[in-house]
Design a protein around this ligand. Structure first.
Ligand SMILES: O=C(CO)[C@@H](O)[C@@H](O)COP(=O)(O)O
Length: 235
């Protein structure tokens, strides 16, 4: 017997569909291997989110095997998918949702170039306009944190709170991204890997040229408020 209103049930079903589909974007953009990485989405109008099951092949992910959790990261018993264990990073995603109320989606990958920067504990400097547009400056590094409790989530929040970047490189681990929706967080995961690769290759060939802060501010403002269409979700 459902304990949610019809409206919440509809929102849960839509979030399941979105999150299941968005895992395919991690594969299509070569951001993960095997069962690594994960995507979650907040359920609009409810203190709930949906996340993938742990260690399940991306080929087998579907709306009905996504896992519904409360904002403490506890699986809602008796709901679709609740017979399986949720992602290893469920506690981290839940921590972000509890402490960043405007975040609608969280993504984690081990994408190659971004994870290489994380292995060095080095932030990605803002030396290309694409970074100014999408991240509003450098992409910061979060602390080394062992999976399994709130430490990763706390590291994400403490690093990104008040920061323009929607991506954080968790030291020795890899990128976590946030967004106003799960799709927005997936876009940030795609873009952080793209800029990590570009800046890595640029630095291999010679010294990087910083972009003046005033230009970064103008580029970020334009991209957030002018680029695209007025109905875009980030507006
Ligand atoms: O990063 C790690 C392990 O270090 C995992 O969170 C990630 O690769 C995917 O794990 P899940 O399949 O979501 O449990």
């Amino acid at each position: 017997m459902s304990t949610f209103s019809l409206a919440v049930e509809a929102a849960i079903a839509e979030t399941r569909r979105d999150v299941a589909e968005l895992h395919g974007e991690l594969v299509r953009n070569n951001l993960i291997v095997w069962t690594g990485g994960n995507v979650s989405g907040r359920v609009p109008g409810a203190d709930l989110f949906v996340i993938k099951p742990s260690g399940v092949s991306y080929d087998d992910l579907a709306p009905e095997n996504m896992i519904l959790c409360d904002l403490d990261g506890d699986v809602i018993p008796g709901t679709e998918g609740s017979d399986r264990s949720p992602s290893s990073d469920t506690a981290a995603h839940a921590y972000v949702y509890r402490h960043m109320p405007t975040v609608g989606g969280v993504v984690h990958t081990h994408s190659t170039f971004a994870t290489a920067w994380a292995a060095r504990g080095e932030e990605i400097p803002c030396v290309i306009t694409a970074m100014a547009d999408e991240f509003g400056g450098p992409i910061p590094v979060g602390p080394f944190a062992i999976i399994g409790d709130d430490s990763i989530g706390r590291g994400i929040v403490e690093t990104l709170a008040g920061h323009r970047s929607r991506a954080v490189l968790m030291q020795n681990h890899g990128p976590f991204t946030i967004g106003v929706s799960a799709r927005d967080a997936v876009k940030a995961a795609v873009m952080v890997e793209d800029v990590a690769r570009t800046v890595h290759l640029a630095r291999e060939a010679g010294p990087l040229i910083p972009i003046p802060q005033e230009a970064i501010d103008r580029l970020f403002d334009r991209y957030q408020n002018v680029y695209g269409q007025s109905e875009d979700e980030r507006r």
